[in-house]
Design a protein around this ligand. Structure first.
Ligand SMILES: NC(=O)c1ccc[n+]([C@@H]2O[C@H](COP(=O)([O-])OP(=O)(O)OC[C@H]3O[C@@H](n4cnc5c(N)ncnc54)[C@H](O)[C@@H]3O)[C@@H](O)[C@H]2O)c1
Length: 350
């Protein structure tokens, strides 16, 4: 039997609640399948650790993580105690960058048994491929002067390597799905990086003549995701555009609490990191009412990535069956606790 060594970082707030719940489900799915098992090692890094030590993770944290097959993360952030730019850049973004997790993927799907806030949702099932290492989040720039004279400069960086990598990954994904790709652009307003993005999209597109290819400006695309989300299959976007579109994806599914995500090192040189879209939700932390589905679905993506997509499908089926019975946490309009939702998914996983 294959054993996968997983580094677990529950992080802060509800991360500490939803991660153990998801691990229960993943362990059961693996045991039922019988071909693989998990060996989990938990690292107590996050804002509590920062308050104790002045660091979000130890200096050798990245080296420690490199020894694992994958990373399973909850959420990071306690904004009342630690400023967000310290907590996110000191742990989450540090791992994404240093492990070269250059692709972020986030699916959105109309789940059975879960009403979407859209009035007449048709069956939608799309996945956003977000460039995860550069673009608008390049951390290049600075501030000069103060008061009325103050200047802030933020540069966006689009390398050919990073742009091609994201777009090619998205085409490959579209090839394994419904053969349709949409590129998020804004070349009518952003006059250097976005025409470059469009050129790379068109160049790589020539290698995939069987795939239907569309380019939409990001503002129109955001509207289309509300008006006709069923018309999308794979959407490829820069770092900022992808970030915004994927929160929208979570919203039209019903709650950000169910939206999953993966940060992939597609070269396989370092571990990838699987973390839900939501944050640490300080407003509901410690109450036992956080929705564990985002974390569980994220675990399903990790199992898919490890090469067991049929096991992943069983987990998603169990989630949908639990929803169909009306077992939902308050963010979805239900009254169930995290424990009850987790038990329902475990029960349906057979
Ligand atoms: N990947 C991450 O670690 C990540 C992502 C986003 C935000 N954050 C951090 O999390 C902290 C809080 O940020 P925020 O409030 O903007 O975003 P958030 O996602 O934590 O919460 C937004 C809203 O959604 C609700 N919510 C989120 N997840 C839920 C779940 N699983 N079940 C039920 N309800 C859920 C919250 O209660 C809140 O009302 C900040 O420090 C922020 O920087 C971290």
């Amino acid at each position: 039997m294959k054993t996968y060594r997983i580094a677990v970082i529950p992080g802060d707030g509800i991360g500490k609640e939803v991660v153990p719940a998801a691990i229960e489900v993943l362990n059961k799915a693996a045991a039922l399948d019988g071909r693989f098992q998990f060996e989990w090692t938990t690292f107590p890094w996050g804002c509590d650790y920062y308050i104790e030590t002045g660091k979000m993770m130890p200096d050798d944290g990245i080296e420690l993580l490199k020894q694992y097959d994958q990373i399973f993360l909850g959420a990071v952030g306690m904004p009342e105690l630690v400023p967000d730019h310290i907590s996110l850049w000191g742990l989450l973004i540090k791992i994404r960058r240093e492990m070269q997790q250059s692709i972020n993927i986030r699916p959105a799907k109309l789940l059975q048994g879960l009403p979407s806030p859209l009035r007449q949702p048709h069956h939608f099932d799309f996945i956003v491929v977000r460039e995860n290492s550069e673009g608008e989040y390049a951390d290049i720039g600075g501030r000069l002067h103060s008061g009325q004279e103050e200047v802030a400069i933020q540069n966006a960086v689009f390398t050919r390597k990073g742009t091609e990598r994201a777009i090619r990954y998205a085409f490959e994904l579209a090839q394994s799905r419904r053969q349709h790709i949409t590129s998020a652009t804004k070349s009518n307003g952003i006059t250097h990086s976005m025409p470059f993005w469009d050129e790379v999209f068109a160049q790589i597109g020539k290698e995939y003549p069987a795939i239907a290819q569309t380019s939409n400006h990001i503002d129109a695309l955001a509207a289309f995701l509300v008006m006709k989300p069923e018309s999308f299959d794979v959407i490829v976007a820069s770092n900022l555009f992808g970030d915004i579109l994927t929160d929208l994806g979570g919203a039209i599914m019903g709650s950000i609490g169910i939206a999953p995500a993966a940060n992939l090192n597609i070269e396989g040189q370092y571990p990838s990191m699987f973390e839900p879209v939501h944050g640490s939700a300080p407003d509901i932390a410690g109450q036992g009412i956080a929705n564990p589905i985002g974390q569980i679905w994220t675990g399903k993506m990790m199992i898919d990535f490890l090469g067991y997509p049929e096991v992943g499908t069983q987990i998603l089926n169990a989630i949908e069956t639990a929803f169909a019975q009306g077992i939902k946490t308050p963010d979805l309009g239900g009254t169930a606790t995290l424990r009850e939702v987790t038990d329902a998914v475990l029960h349906e996983l057979t």
